[in-house]
Design a protein around this ligand. Structure first.
Ligand SMILES: NC(=O)c1ccc[n+]([C@@H]2O[C@H](COP(=O)([O-])OP(=O)(O)OC[C@H]3O[C@@H](n4cnc5c(N)ncnc54)[C@H](OP(=O)(O)O)[C@@H]3O)[C@@H](O)[C@H]2O)c1
Length: 332
């Protein structure tokens, strides 16, 4: 697909999903504005395109004029802004509801042809989790301002810079025990970041995606425990997987939230989120309806980026038996 000379503005484009998407958009010939609070930290993306093709841009998403400057002249706007926990003035309401609503309103006023809003699987106005409720409110706010917007709800996203497998693999470097929050039974349908970038590209390109919501899950469903076993197998480590009951998990969340200056390892809201399975609802439009049929499974992709956690590297014989012992059965 080609977006030659189209201007595509990506809010939150320097984050984990954004950087993969920007590379794809650049290959398709688009001129890409990467909107961020710290444009100097997005400079590394410039090399993904030709000179002047990728333009990091500062914007304050709480201010109309700043958002309007970023959007002016754009054919397409993609919103990837999101946060897993609240910090200082950045409440879920500000980041997941007010900012997307402002982007949608200003995009509409500027004649933007396509708006793609990336939400999250589990977005639910009745959820016990403030994150999930704010994601649902954000979707509604976007559709109110821009009824033709396309909404994408991915399950947990994995890839080289993910904050799921990398976080637990780092933890396994120093800890003999890994916690299984709520017993580790919660189900996930992990999506490879490259497949999600393709889905966002298709949502931009296909006219029939206007006004629709897509639920995006990967090719397999795993429990939290199975994901930990798979990760340990990939990094050739044997660790005790300790089920932590919900009540204790909530107390752990409350403890980690209080540690200042560091990103919390767990919050009470994340514990609430983990109480519900994160899988695609049957019958909902998804990858297939976006024309994407081949999806990357964890078993194939994890070894491409978790090898750095193997003692002695990928070819090491040092811990290989441990890896075999732990490898998730469906990987064979
Ligand atoms: N990763 C997953 O597993 C996953 C799963 C489901 C849904 N999602 C959703 O997908 C979207 C992208 O996720 P991601 O994993 O790429 O997240 P990410 O790496 O944390 O990037 C999110 C981006 O949001 C921006 N942002 C955060 N707080 C902001 C604020 N207060 N004001 C302005 N910008 C702010 C950041 O921009 P700056 O450059 O300004 O810091 C950052 O680039 C999010 O909406 C997320 O909820 C992700």
């Amino acid at each position: 697909m080609s977006y030659r000379y189209q201007i595509v503005t990506v809010f939150g484009g320097s984050g984990f999903i954004g950087r993969h998407l920007i590379r794809r958009l650049a290959k398709s010939g688009a001129i890409v504005r990467v909107v961020t609070r710290h444009p100097n930290q997005a400079n590394f993306l410039k090399t993904a395109g030709s000179v002047g093709q990728i333009v990091p841009m500062a914007a304050d998403v709480t201010k109309d004029e700043s958002v309007a400057r970023a959007i002016q002249g754009s054919d397409t706007v993609i919103n990837l802004i999101g946060a897993l926990y609240e910090t200082g003035p950045w409440s879920f309401q500000t980041v997941h509801v007010d900012a997307p609503a402002r982007i949608a309103r200003i995009a509409k006023a500027n004649g933007v042809r396509k708006l793609v809003h990336v939400s999250a699987l589990g977005a639910d106005s009745a959820s016990a989790s403030a994150y999930a409720r704010s994601k649902a409110a954000g979707e509604q706010a976007v559709l109110k301002e821009f009824p033709d917007a396309t909404i994408l709800r991915p399950s947990i996203v994995f890839g080289p810079e993910d904050r799921f497998f990398n976080k637990f693999a780092s933890m396994a470097q120093i800890s003999p025990v890994l916690p299984l929050i709520g017993g580790g039974k919660t189900k996930f349908q992990p999506v490879y970041v490259g497949d999600l970038a393709d889905a966002i590209g298709a949502a931009v390109y296909l006219d029939e995606t206007k006004g629709k919501t897509y639920e995006l899950g990967g090719p397999r469903t795993y429990s939290f425990r199975e994901l930990m076993e798979l990760m340990l197998g990939e990094i050739h480590r044997k660790r005790l997987l300790a089920p932590v009951p919900w009540g204790v998990s909530e107390k752990l969340g409350a403890f980690f939230e209080k540690i200042p200056f560091f990103a919390p390892l767990l919050t009470r809201d994340q514990v609430e989120l983990l109480k519900k399975d994160n899988v695609v609802a049957p019958g909902k439009p998804g990858f297939k309806e976006l024309g994407i049929n081949e999806l990357a499974a964890c078993e194939v992709m994890l070894e491409t980026y978790l090898a750095r956690f193997i003692v002695g590297g990928r070819t090491s014989t040092l811990t290989r038996d441990v890896g075999k012992f732990h490898k998730y059965p469906s990987a064979h």
